[in-house]
Design a protein around this ligand. Structure first.
Ligand SMILES: [Zn+2]
Length: 339
C-alpha cells in the first residue's frame, strides 16, 4: 500500500480553533487554570453522536472550550503554525482555513486586528513549514445576518491579501439562509469565492436554498446531496464542489459509520469531492486520516484516493503553479510500486 501521507493533497475544510492539537489544548488550559470537561481530557476524542440538537449543542460547547484557551498572540501564532506542521506532515500542499473572527474580537482588539494577527501568523507558518495557506472568513448563522454583512465587508477588505473566500458555519438547522444572501452578495462583489456550509445536518431542500440564495462555488459538506439524484446532477453540472468530512459526519451522527459516507456515490455521479477534517480537535482525525478511513472502511483503492486528492487540488484556490506541481506529483505517487 502506498503511503497516504505522501499523497499530495489540498485541505479545504478546516476550522481555526478546531485545528488545535489536543496536546496544545491541554497545555494552554493548564497554563490558564481552565478546567476541561472529561470529553476533552480522559474521554478524548469525545463521542458526540446523534444529529439532534443536543448533540450539536454538546459539540458547540466543546468547541467554545477550545476557543477559550487561545488568549495571547503567541497562542494564535502557535495554533496556526502547528496546524501547518500537521497538514504538511499529512501531505497537504495547500490549506484553506476558516476563521470566524467575532469570537476573538474582545480579546484581540477587534475583528480587524484579530484578522491581521491571523494573517501574520499564516505568513510566519509558511516561512516555518513551507506550507501555503489561505483564509476563509466565515460568518456564524446563529448570529444576526447583519453581523454576517460586517464580516463580508471585513473579508472584502482583506480580499487578495490572504483572504480568498467567505463562508457560513454553525448549526445548519438554525437561522434563515435567505437572510444571509446580502452578506454573500457583498463578498461576491468583492471577488471572493463563496463556500458556505450546507447539506450536512439538513438535506436536499436546504442545499437548494443555499444554491439559489448564496451562489456557492463549493459547499461545506454538501454530502447529503447524495439523497437526491436530480439535485446531485444540478450540483455536478454547475461545477459546485463538495468538501466532505467523513470523521466529522460520523461523530455528529450524520451517518452511523464511515461505511455509509457516500463518497463513492458522489464521485460516480461526477461530483468533485475534497476530503477535509473539519475539526480534528473534536473528531480526533486529521487530513490524511480521512483518506485512511475510506481506505480502511470502504476499500478505496489508491487510484480512487489519488482521484480524491486530484479533486482537492482542482477545486482549491491555490495558485496555478502549486496546482500543476501537485497534480504531477499525484501521478508520480500512483506510479510508485504498491509494495
Ligand atoms: Zn465545518
Amino acid at each position: 500500500m502506498r503511503s497516504i501521507l505522501e499523497l499530495p493533497k489540498a485541505h479545504l475544510h478546516l476550522h481555526f480553533a478546531g485545528s488545535m492539537r489536543h496536546g496544545t489544548l491541554l497545555e494552554l488550559a493548564n497554563r490558564d487554570g481552565i478546567a476541561l470537561p472529561a470529553a476533552l481530557t480522559e474521554d478524548w476524542p469525545p463521542t458526540l453522536s446523534t444529529a439532534d440538537e443536543k448533540g450539536w449543542f454538546r459539540f458547540q460547547r466543546l468547541y467554545d472550550v477550545g476557543r477559550s484557551v487561545l488568549n495571547t498572540e503567541d497562542d494564535v501564532r502557535r495554533l496556526v503554525r502547528e496546524a501547518a506542521e500537521d497538514d504538511r506532515e499529512d501531505g497537504s500542499v495547500w490549506t484553506e482555513m476558516q476563521v470566524d473572527p467575532s469570537g476573538y474580537a474582545a480579546k484581540f482588539g477587534g475583528i480587524t486586528s484579530f484578522m491581521e494577527l491571523v494573517l501574520d501568523a499564516v505568513a510566519e507558518a509558511k516561512r516555518a513549514t513551507g506550507l501555503d495557506m489561505s483564509i476563509v472568513i466565515a460568518a456564524n448563522r446563529i448570529r444576526h445576518p447583519l453581523d454576517a454583512r460586517t464580516l463580508a465587508r471585513l473579508a472584502a477588505k482583506f480580499a487578495g491579501r490572504g483572504v480568498h473566500a467567505f463562508g457560513l458555519s454553525n448549526d445548519e438547522r438554525r437561522g434563515d439562509t435567505e437572510d444571509f444572501a446580502a452578506a454573500f452578495a457583498i463578498a461576491e462583489r468583492a471577488g471572493l469565492k463563496l463556500v458556505p456550509h450546507g447539506g450536512e445536518l439538513r438535506g436536499p431542500a436546504h442545499i437548494r436554498t443555499v444554491l439559489d440564495h448564496l451562489h456557492p462555488q463549493r459547499l461545506g459538506h454538501g454530502v447529503r446531496v447524495a439523497e437526491d439524484p436530480e439535485l446531485l446532477q444540478r450540483v455536478v453540472e454547475s461545477g459546485v464542489a463538495l468538501e466532505v468530512c467523513p470523521a466529522s459526519n460520523v461523530s455528529l451522527g450524520v451517518y452511523a459509520s464511515i461505511n455509509e459516507v457516500p463518497v463513492r456515490a458522489l464521485k460516480s455521479a461526477g461530483a468533485k469531492v475534497a476530503l477535509g477534517s473539519d475539526d480534528p480537535l473534536l473528531f480526533g482525525t486529521r487530513l490524511a486520516g480521512q483518506y485512511a478511513l475510506l481506505r480502511a472502511a470502504q476499500d478505496f483503492t489508491d487510484v480512487e484516493l489519488a482521484d480524491l486528492a486530484r479533486d482537492s487540488i482542482d477545486v482549491s484556490y491555490a495558485p496555478d503553479a502549486i496546482k500543476i506541481r501537485a497534480l504531477r506529483e499525484i501521478d508520480a505517487w500512483l506510479s510508485l510500486p504498491e509494495n
